[in-house]
Design a protein around this ligand. Structure first.
Ligand SMILES: [Zn+2]
Ligand SMILES: [Zn+2]
Length: 178
């Protein structure tokens, strides 16, 4: 079997596990699952939701997610902050993203992630992308692309981060081969 074909098969396998991990997500927003793989072994997993010990997002534990749900239902006047619309104010969300949770679980349990491939069911946000790179992740594969582009200057820096990953391997950042 050709190397590229083997990689595609491996990618599909690890993404299927990321999709299974996503089932545990507790967030009013997109449900996301992530898996960190080092040398073909899963070393950590994560899904999105509020931190341990806090009220779950679906039980109203996240102000931003609750606002976004109100906005979607046409109840904008009941929002705590009108800035809380899709793709905006991501940093104000108490929910920890799936990719962050995968990295943080590795930190918590002392697992090395240097050189890891990150599989996520959704393309990483600006924050998760920079954090993954800083943690030593070398390749990121995602299932679906996040539908809302980040605002102008951030979009530019997001592209720079993605290009940084791809400086040796052009396939180091991108969607799963269908
Ligand atoms: Zn949430
Ligand atoms: Zn994120």
């Amino acid at each position: 079997m050709a190397l590229a074909e083997r990689q595609v098969r491996r990618d599909r396998y690890f993404m299927s596990i990321a999709r299974a991990v996503r089932e545990a997500a507790n967030c009013l927003g997109a449900q996301v699952g992530a898996v960190l793989v080092v040398d073909d072994h899963i070393v950590s997993t994560g899904y999105n939701g509020t931190p341990h010990g806090f009220t779950n997002c679906r039980d109203g534990g996240c102000v931003r997610c609750r606002d976004r749900a109100l906005h979607a239902e046409g109840l904008a006047t009941e929002m705590a902050d009108p800035e809380h619309v899709p793709g905006r104010g991501l940093d104000r969300c108490i929910c920890v993203h799936a990719e962050q949770n995968a990295l943080l679980a590795a930190a918590r349990f002392g697992v090395r992630v240097e050189g890891a491939t990150l599989y996520s069911t959704l393309s990483p946000c600006f924050g998760c992308l920079k954090e993954a790179i800083q943690a030593g992740v070398r390749r990121i594969v995602f299932d679906e692309a996040y539908p809302v582009a980040p605002p102008g200057p951030i979009a530019e820096q997001y592209a720079q981060l993605a290009a940084h990953l791809c400086r040796e391997d052009p396939a180091a950042f991108g969607a799963l081969t269908p």
